[in-house]
Design a protein around this ligand. Structure first.
Ligand code: SF4
Length: 108
């Protein structure tokens, strides 16, 4: 094996390692960048967001039903854990059992 081809082999190995590590680092960074939505946040409060759908003020939101929750909302953006993304609150995580007045039944 010549010097040149050995050098190329090391370059390829380094690039391959980066290709494996970078997606993991990016996902880790995204997870760190998202924090749980504070129900006291101005936009959250304006939409009546709560972490638990059973705590919705039925006097204020008469059409709310306990079966409505972030986990079955069309605006939820996935996630398997207790905290999931939401199109209404970018960069924040909502509780899968939460609710706000923008709730829309998920299709499918
Ligand atoms: S829009 Fe849907 S997913 Fe987002 S906070 Fe409201 S109920 Fe939850």
């Amino acid at each position: 094996m010549s010097k040149c081809s050995r050098r190329n082999l090391f370059k390829l190995a380094g690039a391959g390692s980066l290709a494996l590590i970078l997606p993991t680092m990016t996902r880790f960074g995204e997870a760190l960048a998202q924090e749980q939505l504070d129900p006291g946040d101005a936009q959250a409060a304006a939409l009546g967001y709560v972490h638990n759908t059973e705590e919705v003020d039925s006097g204020q939101y008469a059409s709310h039903e306990v079966a409505q929750k972030c986990a079955n909302c069309q605006l939820a953006q996935g996630g398997d854990g207790e905290w999931i993304g939401c199109a209404i609150f970018p960069g924040k995580l909502v509780n899968k059992n939460g609710w706000c007045s923008a709730w829309v039944q998920a299709q499918g």
